[in-house]
Design a binder for this molecule. Structure first.
Ligand code: ATP
Length: 328
């Protein structure tokens, strides 16, 4: 039996079906990404898993206990971090965590020990006497994460925890989550920022308009979405700098677009992303031959190509494939 088993989950708000027949499982020690655009039903699902809302239909078992029938028994097993996190004015980090430790029913020495241990784990120790309102967004996020850990839950539900964090804070959050998973906790993390989840999660669920469109291991989703496409993509970089660079980029773009198989070309950071359309039955050998012809065309025009490689598919591509581009 999995730690979490969600089956046929549905939530209707009047005539709106916010969550429609969603099923998935999660094992202890696993990190599951819950991906979907705005309004897909992520927060609604997480709120139900946090026992803050009840489903219209479906079952949710956490360690064999029904969240719907016995929420009081399931609650000690889960920690929930909502997408909007409010701090109280005029409380220090320690006071904030201590307040929630009391709310979780922790007492005396055990309460102090849990607050200390959470502050140490989240690296908040040196900030314990700082007011929560004076903290950076990344540090406030750690306080919010610490709050969900006080009662040592087995399942963590994190609604868009990386939203608005700078890259360093994101990497630190990822390391904290990995450490929690290594301790055997199961983590669900929702996001509409796809690329950030690929690095954090073991598996993913893709949801749109309440419906589950795909689920599986991140690498399997990437492989599946690649298999459904007859388009192959390349990254091209130029050795171009200074005043001439812009003209060279433009000339390269034009040359690429003149080639018969090129479907489109777009700038992606300091590179060009080229989409090649191949025959329906094209295999890897045809894709390589088409790429070689393209490179030859660029070089024969004297364009200073310094890198030319297949573009790695990322979670965003998988998402666009399974949602058929209906959502961005
Ligand atoms: N309490 C509510 N009453 C009525 N409709 C609701 C309620 N909560 C959510 N909805 C609707 O349900 C749908 C799913 O919303 P939800 O907040 O779960 O999406 P989400 O994937 O978390 O999106 P976001 O990324 O914007 O938070 C939306 O159409 C939303 O307007």
């Amino acid at each position: 039996m999995s730690l979490l088993e969600v089956k046929g989950l549905r939530r209707d708000y009047g005539s709106l079906r916010a969550v429609d027949d969603v099923s998935f499982t999660l094992e202890a020690g696993g990190i599951l990404g819950f991906i979907g655009p705005n309004g897909a039903g992520k927060s609604t699902t997480l709120r139900i898993l946090a026992t803050l809302d009840v489903p219209t239909a479906g079952t949710v078992l956490l360690d064999g206990t029904s969240l719907v029938d016995a929420p009081d028994r399931a609650r000690p097993l889960l920690g929930y971090m909502p997408d909007r996190y409010g701090t109280y004015d005029d409380v220090t980090v320690r006071e904030f965590l201590d307040f929630f430790a009391r709310a979780y029913g922790l007492k005396g020495a055990q309460r102090n020990q849990r607050v200390d241990s959470v502050m140490e784990f989240t690296g908040l120790g040196p900030l314990s006497e700082k007011l929560t309102t004076e903290l950076s967004k990344g540090m406030r996020q750690r306080v919010a994460l610490g709050r969900t850990l006080l009662h040592d839950p087995r399942l963590l539900l994190l609604d868009e925890p990386a939203d608005g964090l700078d890259p360093r804070a994101r990497i630190e959050l990822r390391e904290l989550l990995r450490a929690l998973a290594d301790q055997g906790k199961a983590v669900i993390i929702s996001s509409h920022i796809l690329t950030e989840l690929a690095e954090i999660c073991d598996s993913c669920v893709i949801i749109e308009q309440g419906r589950l469109l795909a689920q599986g291991k991140v690498e399997d989703l990437l492989r599946q979405s690649a298999g459904t496409s007859r388009v192959t993509e390349l990254t091209v970089r130029l050795a171009a700098a200074g005043d001439e660079a812009e003209a060279l980029w433009a000339r390269t773009e034009r040359t690429l677009l003149e080639q018969p198989r090129v479907k489109d070309v777009s700038r992606e950071g300091s590179a060009l992303r080229v989409r090649l359309e191949l025959e329906a039955d094209a295999g890897p050998a045809q894709a390589e031959a088409a790429a070689a012809a393209l490179l030859a065309a660029l070089v024969s025009q004297g364009l200073p190509v310094c890198a030319f490689s297949p573009r790695e598919r990322n979670l965003e591509d998988a998402f666009m494939t399974v949602t058929k581009g209906r959502v961005a």
